[in-house]
Design a protein. Sequence first.
Length: 269
Amino acid sequence: MILKKIILISSVLLISLTAFFIFHNTSVPQNSNDKRIYTVIIDAGHGGKDPGTTGLSGVFEKNIVLPIAIKLKNYLSKEYDDLKVVMTRDKDEFIELKKRGQIANSENGNLFISIHCNAKKNEENDKSGFEIYLLDLARVDEANKITLDENKFIGYNEKIDTTYLTQNKMLAAVYQQAYLNYSERFSSMIETEIIKGTKLPGRGIFQAGFWVLLSASMPTVLVECGYLTNSSDEEYLKSEKGQDEIAKSIFKSVRYFKLEYDFENSLMQ
Protein backbone atom coordinates (compact mmCIF):
# COMPACT_ATOMS: atom_id res chain seq x y z
CA MET A 1 0.00 0.00 0.00
CA ILE A 2 2.80 2.39 0.94
CA LEU A 3 4.69 1.46 -2.22
CA LYS A 4 1.63 2.23 -4.36
CA LYS A 5 1.29 5.64 -2.74
CA ILE A 6 4.94 6.42 -3.38
CA ILE A 7 4.57 5.42 -7.04
CA LEU A 8 1.40 7.51 -7.37
CA ILE A 9 3.00 10.58 -5.80
CA SER A 10 6.08 10.18 -8.02
CA SER A 11 3.90 9.92 -11.12
CA VAL A 12 1.90 13.02 -10.21
CA LEU A 13 5.12 14.95 -9.54
CA LEU A 14 6.58 13.83 -12.87
CA ILE A 15 3.44 14.85 -14.76
CA SER A 16 3.35 18.22 -12.98
CA LEU A 17 6.97 18.88 -13.80
CA THR A 18 6.41 17.89 -17.42
CA ALA A 19 3.39 20.17 -17.73
CA PHE A 20 5.22 23.08 -16.21
CA PHE A 21 8.19 22.29 -18.41
CA ILE A 22 6.07 22.50 -21.56
CA PHE A 23 3.90 25.49 -20.76
CA HIS A 24 6.74 27.66 -19.49
CA ASN A 25 8.82 27.29 -22.65
CA THR A 26 11.74 25.58 -20.96
CA SER A 27 11.97 22.67 -23.34
CA VAL A 28 14.98 20.62 -24.27
CA PRO A 29 16.42 21.12 -27.77
CA GLN A 30 13.90 20.31 -30.51
CA ASN A 31 16.10 17.60 -31.94
CA SER A 32 16.47 15.73 -28.67
CA ASN A 33 18.36 12.85 -30.35
CA ASP A 34 21.32 15.10 -31.09
CA LYS A 35 23.10 15.89 -27.81
CA ARG A 36 26.07 17.77 -29.21
CA ILE A 37 26.72 21.42 -28.41
CA TYR A 38 25.20 23.61 -31.09
CA THR A 39 24.17 26.67 -29.07
CA VAL A 40 26.18 28.52 -26.42
CA ILE A 41 24.46 31.14 -24.26
CA ILE A 42 26.66 33.97 -22.97
CA ASP A 43 25.19 35.99 -20.13
CA ALA A 44 26.83 39.34 -19.39
CA GLY A 45 25.72 40.05 -15.83
CA HIS A 46 23.67 43.06 -14.75
CA GLY A 47 23.07 45.95 -17.21
CA GLY A 48 20.91 49.05 -17.56
CA LYS A 49 19.52 50.24 -14.24
CA ASP A 50 21.44 47.42 -12.54
CA PRO A 51 25.15 48.37 -12.59
CA GLY A 52 26.31 45.47 -10.45
CA THR A 53 29.16 46.06 -8.06
CA THR A 54 31.19 49.29 -8.18
CA GLY A 55 34.97 49.26 -8.41
CA LEU A 56 37.45 51.36 -6.46
CA SER A 57 37.69 53.82 -9.34
CA GLY A 58 33.92 53.99 -9.75
CA VAL A 59 33.72 51.61 -12.72
CA PHE A 60 30.54 49.53 -12.88
CA GLU A 61 30.60 45.75 -13.18
CA LYS A 62 28.10 45.87 -16.06
CA ASN A 63 30.62 47.79 -18.16
CA ILE A 64 33.39 45.28 -17.53
CA VAL A 65 31.53 42.04 -18.18
CA LEU A 66 29.84 43.13 -21.42
CA PRO A 67 33.05 43.62 -23.44
CA ILE A 68 34.36 40.30 -22.09
CA ALA A 69 31.14 38.60 -23.22
CA ILE A 70 31.31 40.24 -26.66
CA LYS A 71 34.94 39.20 -27.11
CA LEU A 72 34.04 35.64 -26.10
CA LYS A 73 31.23 35.59 -28.65
CA ASN A 74 33.56 36.86 -31.37
CA TYR A 75 36.15 34.18 -30.63
CA LEU A 76 33.51 31.44 -30.77
CA SER A 77 31.87 32.78 -33.93
CA LYS A 78 35.24 32.97 -35.67
CA GLU A 79 36.15 29.41 -34.64
CA TYR A 80 32.87 27.66 -35.50
CA ASP A 81 30.66 28.00 -38.56
CA ASP A 82 28.01 25.67 -37.15
CA LEU A 83 27.81 27.04 -33.59
CA LYS A 84 25.06 29.46 -32.61
CA VAL A 85 26.19 31.98 -30.00
CA VAL A 86 23.42 33.84 -28.17
CA MET A 87 23.94 36.73 -25.74
CA THR A 88 21.31 37.49 -23.13
CA ARG A 89 22.27 41.13 -23.64
CA ASP A 90 24.62 42.73 -26.16
CA LYS A 91 24.22 46.31 -24.96
CA ASP A 92 23.68 48.25 -21.74
CA GLU A 93 20.16 47.12 -20.95
CA PHE A 94 18.42 45.56 -17.95
CA ILE A 95 17.33 41.94 -18.38
CA GLU A 96 15.50 40.23 -15.52
CA LEU A 97 17.30 37.27 -14.03
CA LYS A 98 14.50 34.83 -14.79
CA LYS A 99 14.38 36.11 -18.39
CA ARG A 100 18.01 35.14 -18.90
CA GLY A 101 17.28 31.48 -18.25
CA GLN A 102 14.19 31.68 -20.42
CA ILE A 103 16.28 33.09 -23.27
CA ALA A 104 18.72 30.21 -22.89
CA ASN A 105 15.97 27.61 -23.03
CA SER A 106 13.97 29.22 -25.83
CA GLU A 107 17.15 29.31 -27.95
CA ASN A 108 17.67 25.59 -27.27
CA GLY A 109 20.95 26.32 -25.54
CA ASN A 110 23.43 23.54 -24.74
CA LEU A 111 25.80 25.53 -22.53
CA PHE A 112 25.21 28.58 -20.32
CA ILE A 113 28.04 30.89 -19.21
CA SER A 114 27.27 33.83 -16.91
CA ILE A 115 30.05 36.42 -16.61
CA HIS A 116 30.42 38.64 -13.51
CA CYS A 117 32.93 40.52 -11.36
CA ASN A 118 33.25 40.21 -7.61
CA ALA A 119 33.44 42.51 -4.57
CA LYS A 120 34.54 41.80 -1.04
CA LYS A 121 32.26 42.50 1.89
CA ASN A 122 33.14 45.42 4.16
CA GLU A 123 34.18 43.15 7.01
CA GLU A 124 36.42 40.97 4.82
CA ASN A 125 40.12 41.35 4.14
CA ASP A 126 41.25 42.29 0.67
CA LYS A 127 40.55 39.59 -1.91
CA SER A 128 41.79 39.07 -5.45
CA GLY A 129 41.40 36.52 -8.19
CA PHE A 130 38.63 34.74 -10.06
CA GLU A 131 36.05 32.28 -8.78
CA ILE A 132 33.77 29.83 -10.58
CA TYR A 133 30.31 28.89 -9.33
CA LEU A 134 27.95 26.01 -9.92
CA LEU A 135 24.34 25.94 -8.79
CA ASP A 136 23.82 24.42 -5.35
CA LEU A 137 20.16 23.38 -5.11
CA ALA A 138 20.43 23.03 -1.35
CA ARG A 139 21.22 26.75 -1.20
CA VAL A 140 18.74 28.05 -3.76
CA ASP A 141 16.74 29.63 -0.94
CA GLU A 142 19.67 32.03 -0.59
CA ALA A 143 18.88 33.33 -4.08
CA ASN A 144 16.68 36.12 -2.73
CA LYS A 145 19.46 37.48 -0.49
CA ILE A 146 22.17 36.98 -3.12
CA THR A 147 20.08 38.80 -5.71
CA LEU A 148 19.47 41.77 -3.43
CA ASP A 149 23.11 41.89 -2.33
CA GLU A 150 24.22 41.99 -5.98
CA ASN A 151 21.61 44.54 -7.03
CA LYS A 152 21.63 47.18 -4.31
CA PHE A 153 21.19 49.98 -6.85
CA ILE A 154 17.87 48.56 -8.01
CA GLY A 155 16.47 48.97 -4.52
CA TYR A 156 15.23 46.63 -1.86
CA ASN A 157 11.64 47.56 -2.64
CA GLU A 158 11.61 45.30 -5.68
CA LYS A 159 10.26 41.90 -4.71
CA ILE A 160 11.66 38.61 -5.90
CA ASP A 161 9.15 36.34 -7.68
CA THR A 162 9.11 33.59 -5.05
CA THR A 163 6.54 31.52 -6.97
CA TYR A 164 8.85 31.42 -9.97
CA LEU A 165 11.75 30.58 -7.68
CA THR A 166 9.88 27.64 -6.09
CA GLN A 167 8.64 26.24 -9.39
CA ASN A 168 12.03 26.44 -11.06
CA LYS A 169 13.73 24.91 -8.06
CA MET A 170 11.69 21.77 -8.81
CA LEU A 171 12.72 21.79 -12.46
CA ALA A 172 16.33 22.57 -11.62
CA ALA A 173 16.43 19.53 -9.35
CA VAL A 174 15.78 17.38 -12.41
CA TYR A 175 18.06 19.14 -14.88
CA GLN A 176 20.99 20.08 -12.69
CA GLN A 177 21.25 16.51 -11.46
CA ALA A 178 21.54 15.42 -15.09
CA TYR A 179 24.03 18.12 -16.03
CA LEU A 180 26.01 18.52 -12.80
CA ASN A 181 28.85 16.30 -13.92
CA TYR A 182 29.24 18.29 -17.13
CA SER A 183 29.05 21.60 -15.28
CA GLU A 184 31.78 20.44 -12.91
CA ARG A 185 34.03 19.32 -15.74
CA PHE A 186 33.51 22.53 -17.68
CA SER A 187 34.26 24.56 -14.55
CA SER A 188 37.57 22.74 -14.11
CA MET A 189 38.51 23.53 -17.70
CA ILE A 190 37.69 27.23 -17.21
CA GLU A 191 39.75 27.30 -14.03
CA THR A 192 42.75 25.74 -15.79
CA GLU A 193 42.58 28.06 -18.79
CA ILE A 194 42.14 31.30 -16.83
CA ILE A 195 45.09 30.40 -14.60
CA LYS A 196 47.20 29.66 -17.71
CA GLY A 197 46.02 32.60 -19.79
CA THR A 198 45.67 35.52 -17.37
CA LYS A 199 47.40 37.16 -14.41
CA LEU A 200 44.46 36.35 -12.14
CA PRO A 201 44.97 33.83 -9.32
CA GLY A 202 42.36 31.11 -9.00
CA ARG A 203 40.33 31.07 -5.80
CA GLY A 204 38.53 27.83 -6.54
CA ILE A 205 35.24 26.33 -7.72
CA PHE A 206 32.24 26.80 -5.45
CA GLN A 207 28.52 26.17 -5.28
CA ALA A 208 25.89 28.77 -4.42
CA GLY A 209 22.23 29.58 -5.00
CA PHE A 210 22.68 31.97 -7.91
CA TRP A 211 19.23 32.60 -9.33
CA VAL A 212 20.51 33.23 -12.86
CA LEU A 213 21.66 29.59 -13.05
CA LEU A 214 18.39 28.21 -11.74
CA SER A 215 16.18 28.07 -14.81
CA ALA A 216 18.68 27.18 -17.55
CA SER A 217 18.18 23.49 -18.41
CA MET A 218 21.72 22.75 -19.56
CA PRO A 219 25.26 22.72 -18.13
CA THR A 220 25.69 26.09 -16.39
CA VAL A 221 28.55 28.02 -14.83
CA LEU A 222 29.00 31.50 -13.40
CA VAL A 223 32.45 33.08 -13.64
CA GLU A 224 33.42 35.86 -11.22
CA CYS A 225 36.30 37.27 -13.27
CA GLY A 226 38.01 39.12 -10.43
CA TYR A 227 37.50 41.59 -7.59
CA LEU A 228 36.70 45.17 -8.53
CA THR A 229 37.42 46.03 -4.89
CA ASN A 230 41.04 44.99 -5.37
CA SER A 231 43.18 47.62 -7.11
CA SER A 232 45.29 45.13 -9.07
CA ASP A 233 42.29 43.09 -10.24
CA GLU A 234 40.34 46.23 -11.12
CA GLU A 235 43.16 47.66 -13.23
CA TYR A 236 43.48 44.37 -15.09
CA LEU A 237 39.70 43.95 -15.59
CA LYS A 238 39.39 47.49 -16.95
CA SER A 239 42.18 46.96 -19.48
CA GLU A 240 41.68 45.80 -23.06
CA LYS A 241 44.41 43.23 -22.50
CA GLY A 242 42.79 41.82 -19.38
CA GLN A 243 39.34 41.57 -20.93
CA ASP A 244 40.75 39.90 -24.04
CA GLU A 245 42.80 37.39 -22.05
CA ILE A 246 39.81 36.41 -19.92
CA ALA A 247 37.57 36.03 -22.98
CA LYS A 248 40.20 33.98 -24.80
CA SER A 249 40.69 31.72 -21.78
CA ILE A 250 36.96 31.02 -21.49
CA PHE A 251 36.83 30.46 -25.27
CA LYS A 252 39.57 27.84 -25.04
CA SER A 253 37.72 26.06 -22.25
CA VAL A 254 34.53 26.00 -24.37
CA ARG A 255 36.52 24.56 -27.28
CA TYR A 256 37.99 21.76 -25.15
CA PHE A 257 34.68 21.06 -23.44
CA LYS A 258 32.75 20.97 -26.71
CA LEU A 259 35.24 18.53 -28.21
CA GLU A 260 34.93 16.21 -25.23
CA TYR A 261 31.16 16.63 -24.83
CA ASP A 262 30.40 16.09 -28.53
CA PHE A 263 32.61 12.99 -28.70
CA GLU A 264 31.01 11.47 -25.61
CA ASN A 265 27.47 12.10 -26.74
CA SER A 266 28.07 10.99 -30.34
CA LEU A 267 28.91 7.56 -28.95
CA MET A 268 25.47 7.38 -27.34
CA GLN A 269 23.54 7.87 -30.58
